[in-house]
Design a protein around this ligand. Structure first.
Ligand SMILES: [Zn+2]
Length: 88
């Protein structure tokens, strides 16, 4: 078995899929294997496709809130470190 290192987006740190079909196939696979419901969306930064756990509209909404909160606290959002996928 061989592993390939997927390209990651400089903006979102997510894996870049080259087309929608590829991203949707990965989303389906995640649903089958991990029961994870994922949405596919087009990234405006890298021009590729990413998967998200949130409905893209909802994620945009949440991002708006945390960006606002960061401005209120007067410091930029910290980068996520040591992220581990949750297991059920
Ligand atoms: Zn991207």
């Amino acid at each position: 078995m061989h592993y390939f290192t997927p390209k990651r987006c400089a903006s979102s740190r997510k894996i870049i899929y080259h087309d929608k079909a590829q991203a949707e196939a990965a989303a389906r696979q995640a649903f089958i294997e991990r029961d994870a419901e994922l949405w596919v969306y087009r990234c405006e930064y890298c021009g590729g496709w990413h998967l998200t756990h949130h409905d893209p509209k909802e994620e945009q909404f949440l991002r708006g809130i945390s960006a606002q909160a960061a401005v209120q606290r007067g410091k930029p959002r910290s980068r996520k470190r040591g992220f581990k996928p949750r297991r059920r």
